[in-house]
Ligand binder design. Structure first.
Ligand code: PLP
Length: 536
């Protein structure tokens, strides 16, 4: 994300500042007035200033085009003339080509990235997982009757997850697999919206912490649910008193994370779930990143707060197999304490001429590959394997935490309980973005965050090998950052600084969506575009 983030920040800054600079003079007075009102968003401002919206759009269009050119090498873009070859290529030739392409992707095994890829680092195990995916890749979980093996594996995986989460399986706790954490979260939101509707709540609201994953606001947006944000406290845990105040008769769900992604800190699940139970509101625990490692960390003897079904009031849990389950990508589980709640997850449509239609998640057709890979990962790694991986990663986590805290001017944010850590400067003279750019020069791709400005590291087994070198480099880069205050005016630091001044986040959102438009499109030069218009 870092290179992307830096470039995006750069161009967002340009786009929004230039857009705002336009006719700034004439809107200055208005801004001054609106500033007093504070809450008025730029969207409202646009309505007052004729032509400004168009101007901003044009500016965003230009800047996103430049951003994409910066982000991707010319040989990695697609031509508008890309077509299915007239004659099929030789399979060896295709594979050779793909192997070349593969080289431009990050290699997670080197331990230089701190997100995205989870590798158990044992060849035999990885091979087993990949072979499993391969065998079932073309089988379709849309029909559990036609593919009973997929149903069997899916229920096996969900049940293994439920037992890891100490769920009351014999009293009706159940689970389904999904394609990932986001889909698990989306399906939970759909279920709780409909559960609320059945109780007569027409305008459902979800209460969540600002640190909750972006899939929650995304799902709320898709399903017409209102998001009610509450802050975190000094320990970076959701502020439970603020939740209490935010509860209304429309509240359909309380959300807590185990842990939240940005700083790797577990919310006070017991307090949130107690509040939920008191008000007869469901409580979803987002254990997407923690769900398949926290149980093993606990079994290794590390002290952890309770976060699973042992906590009364927890009604559902999302846990990703494709993270610390070390399964192939495209696998997560959404579990419910009660099948009465899960009922609302499903969608059925009996009137369709194509037959009686019903499906559990967002997708229709689902590959059996990720299901089989998840099954294989759980069976092949086993409790002994997961505990050994958990122990290694916890040792690395402590090493990172102690090492970072020992560097003057840096501190770990809060008290991370597992293998996700974030750090920030305590010395205002240290700019994390400068620091991150300097680390990038030494080959470390760090995950930049804001609110507060910080760097995130998701630790994997591979990081045990590089922890010492990482800390040496980090210390040297801190010294370099302090020795060169002028670097603040360069690279991503300058950009983040500017972006922080963008008065309205909705302009950044617009920029990001337009950027998607350009990223997922063939490269067409401005000249080609003009030419095509002429011939229209
Ligand atoms: C990764 C993550 C998600 C989303 O999962 P995807 O598989 O990327 O869709 C949700 N919540 C948390 C806490 C996560 O770390």
């Amino acid at each position: 994300m870092s290179a992307l983030a830096a470039s995006i920040q750069a161009h967002v800054a340009n786009a929004s500042l230039l857009a705002l600079a336009w006719d700034l003079f004439s809107i200055l007075a208005l801004l001054h007035f609106l500033n007093k009102l504070r809450k008025v968003r730029l969207g409202a401002l646009l309505k007052f200033v004729p032509g400004l919206d168009g101007k901003i759009h044009k500016q965003i269009d230009d800047e996103t085009r430049k951003a994409v050119a910066d982000l991707f090498k010319p040989e990695m873009t697609t031509s508008a003339d890309e077509r299915v070859p007239d004659k099929g290529m030789a399979p060896e030739q295709v594979l050779e080509h793909l192997k070349k392409l593969q080289k431009s992707n990050a290699d997670a095994q080197k331990g230089r990235i701190f997100a995205y890829v989870y590798d158990p680092l044992q060849e035999g195990i990885s091979k087993c997982i990949h072979d499993a995916a391969h065998i079932f890749m073309e089988h379709n979980a849309l029909s559990p009757m036609t593919f009973p093996a997929l149903r069997k594996m899916e229920v096996d995986v969900a049940t293994m997850a439920l037992n890891l989460q100490n769920a009351p399986v014999k009293e009706g706790a159940v689970g389904c697999m999904t394609s990932g954490g986001s889909e698990s979260i989306l399906m939970a939101l759909k279920a709780y919206r409909e559960r609320a509707a059945a109780k007569g709540i027409q305008n459902p609201e979800v209460i969540l912490c600002v640190t909750a994953h972006g899939a929650f606001p995304k799902g709320c947006h898709m399903f017409g649910i209102k998001t009610v944000y509450v802050p975190h406290d000094k320990a970076y845990q959701v502020d439970v008193a603020a939740i209490r105040k935010a509860i209304t008769k429309n509240t359909c769900l309380l959300v807590a994370s185990a842990p939240q992604y940005p700083h790797g800190i577990i919310d006070p699940i017991e307090a949130v779930a107690a509040l939920a139970a008191e008000h007869d509101i469901p409580c979803h625990v987002d254990a997407c990143v923690g769900g398949f490692i926290l149980p093993w960390i606990e079994k290794c003897g590390f002290k952890l707060p309770l976060w699973d079904y042992r906590v009364k009031g927890v009604t559902s849990i999302s846990a990703d197999l494709h993270k610390y389950g070390f399964a192939s990508k495209g696998a997560s589980v959404l579990t419910f304490r009660s099948s009465k709640d899960r009922y609302f997850q499903f969608y059925a449509c009996a009137h369709w001429p194509g037959g009686l239609f019903v499906s559990p998640g967002l997708a229709g057709t689902r590959s059996g590959g990720p299901i089989a890979a998840a099954w294989a990962a759980l069976k092949c790694i086993g409790a002994d394997g997961y505990m050994s991986l958990a122990k290694t990663m916890m040792e690395t986590s402590y090493k990172f935490q102690d090492g970072v805290n020992a560097i003057k001017g840096l501190e770990i944010i809060g008290q991370p309980q597992m293998t996700l850590v974030a750090f920030r400067p305590t010395d205002p003279a240290i700019n994390v973005y400068v620091l991150s750019d300097l680390m990038q020069k030494r080959g470390w791709t760090l995950e930049k965050q804001h609110k507060p400005d910080s760097i995130h590291c998701t630790l994997m087994p591979t990081h045990a090998r590089i922890a010492d070198q990482f800390l040496v480099d980090l210390k040297e880069c801190v010294a370099e950052t302090l020795a060169h205050p002028e670097l603040k005016n360069d690279g991503s630091a300058a950009m983040y600084g500017m972006v922080a001044k963008v008065p309205d986040e909705s302009i950044v959102d617009k920029f990001l969506c337009e950027l998607m438009n350009k990223i997922y499109a063939p490269a067409v030069s401005v000249e080609e575009r003009k030419e095509a218009k002429k011939t229209d």
